[in-house]
Design a protein. Sequence first.
Length: 114
Amino acid sequence: VQLQASGGGLVQPGGSLTLSCAASGNTVNINYMAWYRQAPGKHRELVARITSGGYTDYGDSVKGRFTISRETAWKTVNLQMNSLKPEDTAVYSCNAVQLFMNYWGQGTLVTVSS
């Protein structure tokens, strides 16, 4: 599975941004896909996850502001981010778990600043 993330950029506090993760290759039997983020000097943390059955869960800091969704057959997983805060500034990476394999895409930088 190859993952290509896009959509990062600079946004003002309170603004919105949508990240996309395009999956290619053998996407059959993907168990779930997720977005993680890592801010400078901090550990990587789970932002949001969506399973093959459509179940979603979110990190506590983004609940109610971010929404993860996916297109048919795992071709694209999107992360809609609303009410962005400066503390959301980080490199966001998409992740896919397929059976016992773990795949990562390259990160995309999100900067929330006025």
